[in-house]
Design a protein around this ligand. Structure first.
Ligand SMILES: NC(=O)C1=CN([C@@H]2O[C@H](COP(=O)(O)OP(=O)(O)OC[C@H]3O[C@@H](n4cnc5c(N)ncnc54)[C@H](OP(=O)(O)O)[C@@H]3O)[C@@H](O)[C@H]2O)[C@@H](O)CC1
Ligand SMILES: Nc1ncnc2c1ncn2[C@@H]1O[C@H](COP(=O)(O)OP(=O)(O)O)[C@@H](O)[C@H]1O
Ligand SMILES: [K+]
Length: 513
């Protein structure tokens, strides 16, 4: 699913009205009706007090449409207009008059803090103050109104956007953003919904199709692509009857040091579970028995050193390499990486300590194999690209790094982003149960296993992140977020494949957005 900028959505609005002989007012009616239907289905006429706070632009206009339809259907509604300027959009004005024509209870004009109504915890708030037209942070009494809504603890439904948040640039004042419980957003979710700083203001959202011009949407290059199940299904490559283990490649996992052999095991296991034909695990000497015992399916090669990796030598032909999990950052290991990067021919996933080694040693950057997949969590990313001002700055810096070194870079976390040059793919699966030691090691094994089966680096990353998150969703439904351990995620990867095409979804396979 495409994620558009505010500018592109305004443009889509214009193109749609021009091409489809439909007015902006019709579009607003469509948008408002969908929100009303959503509410009506859930409330079924319940006499709960509903407060609708409208701005004076088209977001406010949407709020007025919803208000009118709710009043017409007998709901207990009060509409407030935050009268922060005398300017009003045309569609706002028409809908303002429409409300006045159907109800004696005219909208309440608010001009200061004194006009704030009491909002009880069990009331419903509809936030239609600002949408994608926000162009500065709300200030003065408008900011206070937003805080008043937030302190009410009532269920807050935001129309299109939580007011005070920008769709695709950094929010400046987090004290002036509506903390929505749910957002009904038009056509497509906004980029801000997926970022840690702003996503928490839109914890649940649904995109409503308001019929913007399909051709415009199809041909417009989006800011990012959201990867949902239909997209992930297209990535999947079916096995053929006469395929054999050689078809699915030999994955080499280079991982572990004294006390951290688990990283090698988790990663190798995940490479198998995702479908690599063969897996060899390269570990320090002390890991030999550990790996052989923990994963009998894997072959094991060892470094000449007992406790750490110092010289990566192997005489097998490998289809993909995953390197870095639990290897430490000692100078001998850095030297081993220097040689590996300079000589390796197979596509590579570079994770964890290998990333830290790169951050500390510029010489490694110079030999970073092109098309590699780098899988940092935010701490590792910061060491790699430097600090950032905000989430958007982080993405821009990551894009630059990706472009400069021609590598795929992940930004892991909730809604992991895969970045390749200017392209951004946002993952939709996963949950906080995956915030547990070793889940990143599993992911690096997953991507290495997909690379070894012939998926290209970008596809292996985007698809791998999706399947990894889906496995996390399935297993956390079975055993709770708290109980999930990284090995559970690895062992559930098979269910993630099955869920991809299951008619009756495996519980937890789909994330609620
Ligand atoms: N995309 C689509 O196709 C469709 C979109 N639709 C809806 O339209 C919404 C976008 O509407 P919009 O463009 O009128 O902007 P909106 O968010 O109402 O606010 C702009 C107003 O706020 C003002 N203003 C801004 N910042 C401010 C501040 N800090 N403090 C105070 N004032 C501030 C600004 O004033 P100005 O800067 O000019 O002084 C202007 O008057 C969109 O989110 C969706 O809900 C649907 O109806 C149907 C189809
Ligand atoms: N709140 C969350 N929601 C979704 N996924 C998460 C969340 N927290 C962590 N994850 C996922 O878990 C993995 C953690 O990776 P990482 O921090 O490298 O773990 P480790 O170093 O312990 O192996 C990443 O794939 C990340 O996207
Ligand atoms: K809003």
């Amino acid at each position: 699913m495409k994620i558009f900028s505010a500018e592109q959505l305004h443009q889509a609005d214009k193109v749609t009205t021009k091409k489809h002989e439909i007015t902006s007012l019709d579009l607003m009616e469509r948008a408002g009706s969908q929100i009303f239907n959503w509410l009506h289905q859930r409330l079924q006429g319940a006499p709960v007090p509903i407060h609708i706070f409208c701005g004076i632009g088209n977001n406010g206009g949407d709020g007025l449409v919803v208000g009118r339809l709710l009043i017409e259907n007998g709901y207990s509604v009060t509409i407030y207009v935050a009268n922060f300027t005398d300017k009003r959009s045309k569609c706002f004005l028409v809908n303002y008059d429409k409300v006045k024509s159907i109800s004696k209870k005219w909208p309440v004009l608010m001009t200061s803090e004194e006009d704030f109504p009491q909002i009880n915890k069990k009331d419903i708030v509809i936030d239609a103050l600002f949408g994608i037209g926000l162009n500065r942070s709300p200030e003065g009494w408008v900011k206070k109104l937003i805080q008043h809504i937030n302190t009410s603890e009532s269920f807050t439904l935001s129309i299109d956007m939580p007011s005070g948040m920008y769709a695709d640039t950094a929010t400046e004042d987090f004290d002036a953003v509506v903390e929505a419980n749910h957002v009904l957003t038009f056509q497509a979710p906004k980029f801000s919904f997926f970022l840690p700083e702003t996503g928490k203001y839109a914890p649940y959202f649904e995109a409503l199709d308001i019929g913007l011009d399909p051709e415009f949407l199809h041909t417009t290059e989006p800011l990012a692509q959201l990867i949902l199940k239909p997209q992930a299904q297209q990535f999947y490559r079916q096995r053929k009857k006469y395929d054999h283990k050689g078809t699915f490649g030999h994955a080499l996992i280079i991982a572990g040091s004294y006390g951290k052999m688990g990283a090698a095991i988790l990663s190798s296991k995940a490479a198998f579970r995702i479908g690599a034909g063969l897996v060899t695990c390269f570990v320090p000497e002390c890991g030999y028995q550990i790996v052989q015992t923990a994963i009998p399916e894997a072959m094991t090669l060892t470094d000449k050193e007992d406790d750490l990796i110092t010289n990566i030598e192997f005489d097998i032909e490998v289809a993909a390499i995953g390197v870095g999990m639990g290897i430490g950052t000692k100078k001998e290991t850095v030297a081993a990486l220097q040689k590996l990067f300079s000589e390796a021919k197979a596509p590579m996933v570079i994770d964890a300590d290998a990333l830290n080694c790169i951050s500390e040693n510029e010489s490694l950057l110079k030999v970073l194999p092109k098309q590699s997949v780098l899988t940092p969590h935010p701490g590792e990313l910061k060491r790699l690209i430097g600090d950032w001002k905000n989430d958007f700055d982080k993405i821009e810096k990551t894009k630059k790094f990706s472009e400069k070194y021609e590598v795929v870079v992940l930004i892991k976390g909730a809604n992991t982003m895969t970045i390749f040059g200017d392209m951004v793919y946002i993952n939709s699966t996963g949950n906080p149960g995956m915030a547990t030691a070793g889940s990143g090691d599993v992911l690096s094994g997953v991507i290495t296993g997909l690379l070894s089966q012939g998926y290209d680096p970008l596809l292996a990353s985007v698809f791998g992140v999706y399947l990894h998150g889906s496995a996390g969703n399935i297993v956390s439904q079975q055993i709770s977020f708290e109980a999930v351990m990284a090995s559970d995620i690895a062992d559930t990867l098979g269910d993630a494949y099955i869920e991809l095409f299951a008619k009756d979804p495996v519980p937890g396979g789909e994330q609620q957005q």
